[in-house]
Design a protein around this ligand. Sequence first.
Ligand SMILES: [Zn+2]
Ligand SMILES: [Zn+2]
Length: 264
Amino acid sequence: MTGPDRIVPLFSSSSGNSTLIKSRGMYILVDCGMSCKMMTKALVESGVYPDDISAVFLTHRHTDHIGGVPVFSRKYHTPIYGTRATLAVLEGLSSPVTEIEENDIVKLENGPEVRVFPTPHDVAGSVCYRIINSDTGSSFAVMTDLGRVNDGMRGFARACDVILLESNYDPYMLENGPYPWPLKKRISGGHGHISNPESAETAGYFISNGTRKFILGHLSPHNNTPVLARETFVNLLADRGFVEGIDYEVKIAKKDGPTEGFVL
Ligand SMILES: [Zn+2]
Ligand SMILES: [Zn+2]
């Protein structure tokens, strides 16, 4: 397989997440959180057959990230990578399984390098990924379910070409929305998800350090809207002196189907 590197979010929300990445001629998935049937349909729509996927890297064990893994594994036997805590909840796989650890660097044979970094999300073994093409140096980061962004995470994804960055909720909508108080606290308390303003602040750091392309993802269907996520992002960054179209580009990942991402 040749052709440029690319990133295509297939599904992105609290209902299911998966991101297709092509790097150094190899297709990989980060997460497989929708049914095998839906995953297959989204892949084919993106011009890729499930058999073409060389590896699935899992961020953590929440269902919206791993829900489709058992059936996908039985059908396509795709190698699965995850931390011990994530792999522990997966049963009935018929794939090669590789346990990874926080801070690992996985060098896929004839493919990209995948770096692993821990996130302070509320289940053990939660990680984010940076996928690097060692020939060109270009890289993608997939950063969702972040809890709260810390200096380590900022350093980890610094100067990435494209970052799929969580923008989970609008603080006002969460505060005044339908969720019970404990769930509101779980989401915003530093081990759940990051808000639209937190996402924009984080992007400001990344823009200052060379990143130009962002995809906002994992939007809450109840506590956010694509319009609000984009407006908050663009307005907050404008306050910091960064102008959309000049200093950076931003796209919003669709909840339930492939989003035209970025080609490098
Ligand atoms: Zn999630
Ligand atoms: Zn999660």
